[in-house]
Design a protein around this ligand. Structure first.
Ligand SMILES: Cc1cc2nc3c(=O)[nH]c(=O)nc-3n(C[C@H](O)[C@H](O)[C@H](O)COP(=O)(O)OP(=O)(O)OC[C@H]3O[C@@H](n4cnc5c(N)ncnc54)[C@H](O)[C@@H]3O)c2cc1C
Length: 421
């Protein structure tokens, strides 16, 4: 048979975490002849990867389990198919497989409390190694090249980009989401408008909490970092609890604890169709019970100079926060305790994609075969990573899904090409 009839052409749309991992993993397992064209709209591949994990790239987590993703899909009566897809993906390519594969290409790692990072602690180097390990004898990367449209005709996919139109046998869609970039001019919805695929609106997910009526509080405490517990309530029911460092900024409640709580808030606003009955309770001093705090404050009131109300909480809390708590509570012990242990905020939707680490929305998982990640309607069209309507909490879960889903697709493409040759 002539070479041209057996050589399979593959288009990879997007060279972020998913696209790069696909190229690396596919190289490892591919057989037969193939050519890959990668479309990347930015000037270099994997730009977002270089800022992950505060520049250290927390790429997976040894404690990964299904409820690190979309835990609330049951709460909001969303479908449970996501659970099945996640189970299949991580059965096919587990956390251990991710760690071992990255080690095999020169990225050994270390683990801290379950969080896994590259040994070099550098997200930039992590990206560089994923890039330099690409098999450039089979792969052409088109940077600064934006995909505009995709159509399907005569068993071929036509990819229209800023550099023209080309036809392919296979398409791996790894276009990510507008999180961080905020640029959704040619987002996946526009690109797929000619194919009959349901794509859900994107909403930013892991991002700081915006709340009403707290402008003065945030202005006065901006810059404070304090170990806290955050509890999210909906209709008086406790939905989710997080404990860790809370960061107060001029406009937001931030830090990993706030991001994770806000993931639930965003889902509530985008999926549940309601905006009422939601509030967050912050405990700024989780190591003290209310009784212990009461005794402490009463002791301080007895022993400290009456002129120094401002200093009543000094040493107990960050001084800026301590002063603000006294400012809003006065000298009343119960009021002070309430504002330290049960500080209530009412969150509002934060639509700032630029501040977000991931998004809700994307390709409806009902469109995707949950074992192969192939479109149910279009053969040889696959979806990987964040462009799928699956999002995880902070902790390495989003990159884990990007990597594992790409490995699943690499295996699906290999088995489908093998069966045809
Ligand atoms: C600040 C920050 C920190 C993070 N830290 C972590 C962390 O520590 N651990 C973790 O697990 N997750 C982290 N994440 C999330 C993680 O980075 C993403 O989940 C992951 O990058 C998703 O991979 P992806 O390949 O699906 O999408 P992306 O990495 O976004 O890649 C998509 C690629 O497609 C390209 N593209 C988009 N549209 C087009 C088009 N029309 N034509 C051509 N190319 C296009 C984009 O330019 C991009 O390169 C973080 C995110 C941010 C923003």
């Amino acid at each position: 048979m002539a070479e041209s009839s057996t050589k399979k052409s593959i288009a990879v749309l997007g060279a972020g975490a998913s696209g790069l991992y696909f190229l690396n993993y596919f190289k490892n397992i591919a057989s037969g002849d193939y050519s890959i064209t990668v479309y990347e709209k930015l000037s270099s591949c994997g730009k977002k990867l270089t800022v992950t994990g505060n520049g250290k790239c927390n790429f997976t987590n040894l404690k990964l389990k299904q409820n690190n993703y979309d835990e609330c899909f049951n709460l909001y009566n969303l479908n449970n198919e996501k659970g099945e897809l996640l189970e299949n993906v991580f059965k096919s390519h587990s956390v251990d497989n991710i760690i071992e594969f990255l080690d095999s290409i020169g990225l050994p790692s270390y683990e801290k409390d379950g969080y896994v990072y590259p040994l070099c602690n550098q997200a930039r180097v992590f990206r560089d190694i994923l890039y330099s390990n690409i098999d450039f004898s089979h792969v052409v990367i088109k940077e600064n090249c934006e995909v505009i449209d995709i159509s399907y005709d005569n068993n071929k996919y036509k990819i229209k980009s800023t550099e023209g139109t080309d036809a392919f046998d296979y398409v791996v869609c790894a276009l990510g989401s507008p999180a961080y970039y905020q640029d959704n001019k040619n987002d996946i919805k526009n690109i797929f408008k000619n194919l009959d695929i349901n794509i859900l609106d994107f909403h930013p997910s892991l991002l700081p909490i915006k709340a009403i009526g707290v402008d003065g509080f945030l202005e006065n405490t901006s810059g404070v970092r304090t170990y806290s517990t955050l509890k999210l309530f909906i209709n008086k029911k406790l939905i989710h609890k997080e404990e860790g460092e809370l960061q107060l900024t001029k406009d937001y409640f931030s830090g990993i604890v706030a991001f994770n709580i806000n993931s639930y808030v965003s889902k509530y606003f985008s999926c549940a169709g309601s905006k009422d009955g939601i509030y967050i309770e912050i405990d700024f001093l989780p190591s003290y019970t209310e009784d212990k705090l009461k005794i402490e404050i009463e002791n301080r009131k007895t022993n400290f100079s009456k002129n120094k109300t401002d200093e009543l909480l000094y040493g107990l809390l960050n001084d800026k926060l301590a002063q603000e708590i006294i400012h809003i509570s006065g000298n009343n012990t119960d009021g002070i305790i309430k504002n330290i242990k049960h500080f209530m905020i009412v969150p509002v939707q934060n639509n700032n994609f630029k501040n977000a680490q991931s998004s809700i929305g994307g390709v409806d998982i009902l469109e995707i075969d949950n074992k192969t990640l192939e479109s149910k309607k279009y053969k040889n069209l696959f979806f990987a990573g964040e462009c799928i309507d699956i999002d995880g909490l902070c902790g390495g879960y989003n990159l884990s899904f990007a990597f594992a889903s790409s490995a699943v697709i690499a295996k699906s493409v290999v088995s489908s090409t093998a069966s045809k040759m």
